[in-house]
Write a protein that binds this ligand. Sequence first.
Ligand code: GDP
Ligand code: MG
Length: 211
Amino acid sequence: YGEFNQKIDYVFKVVLIGDSAVGKSQLLARFSRNEFSVDSKATIGVEFQTRTLTIDQKTIKAQIWDTAGQERGISVSVNLINEMDLLEPEILLEIQQNSSIKFIMMYRAVTSAYYRGAVGAMLVYDITKRQSFDHMARWLDELRTHADRNIVIMLIGNKSDLGSLRAVSIDDAKEFAQRENLFFMETSALEATNVESAFETALSEIYRIVS
Ligand code: GDP
Ligand code: MG
């Protein structure tokens, strides 16, 4: 995972989206650091991790963005305020001048900053939580409203290690993916199943499109 002295050919921004607790942050930890933490804290604000990998002999830096799902927009985090360059100038001024930040403005600023420049999206649900799958259509709507038309989207059914608690069949997911023109894979961040493969498939497809 070393990144020094490397010539970077491409930087691809990829966003993780989906309901909270589906495992977005653990997928990111697994992909970027090969880690999993059992007692993961809810993500506050926005963060990203990078990992450099080689695709077709090109050095690709994947910049993977993670955020709190449903809570996004309510949490005006220290994290985010540290990432001042993510915010639009008017919003910044608002923060500096007025301690009671208008949440709706924050929400818009965060949403657009989050999707801005993204070339890939990992749309994550939890295979044991039907609702998280049923919400995929809404997340897809948000994505298609805010992101580039050509964004590569990977539908991910996470927690495949919990097969006995399965609430979403592979057929349902495949059908949805086919209808919406998405790649699809089931993963386990816990057992490190298919995580590498899911990101690599998405990144290779992005590479194919841009090169
Ligand atoms: P996020 O809110 O989508 O970022 O979800 P987190 O990554 O914080 O994970 C939510 C909970 O699900 C945590 O308790 C994780 O330990 C657990 N979790 C995440 N990925 C997996 C997985 O692949 N298998 C299992 N069994 N649990 C997972
Ligand atoms: Mg999280």
